[in-house]
Design a protein around this ligand. Sequence first.
Ligand SMILES: [Fe+2]
Length: 134
Amino acid sequence: MSLIEWDSSFSVGSERMDADHQRLLTLLNRLYDAWHGGEGVDELGWLFDELLAYADTHFAAEEMALKSRNYQRLEKQQTDHIRLKASVIDFRNRYLSGDTPTVLTEEMTQFLKDWLLQHILGEDMLYKDSFKGE
Ligand SMILES: [Fe+2]
């Protein structure tokens, strides 16, 4: 069972960005499934690497695409992206220092879900017009 399914209402007007956002949804759903299946502990390790790699490549691509279009809210995008990365690093540090994995998994699931809905459906949706006609 998935926590959130991607549908066209998530589209931000760019195929590349949509594909990246679907990847984030997949990671979130895997975390959710693992947690509900009782495998949350084992699943956390790889997730930090995946999320940090995702943050580096996707955010860089998104910021570059927006910069080349002289997008006005680029700074807000960068702030949101830095915050997500800092939070994931924070979760990873808690994991490495032995914080209860089941609590961490639940907190991360909630955090990623909130971030995804607020950032993608809120902030990212505002740049949809910048990709119009491409
Ligand atoms: Fe973004």
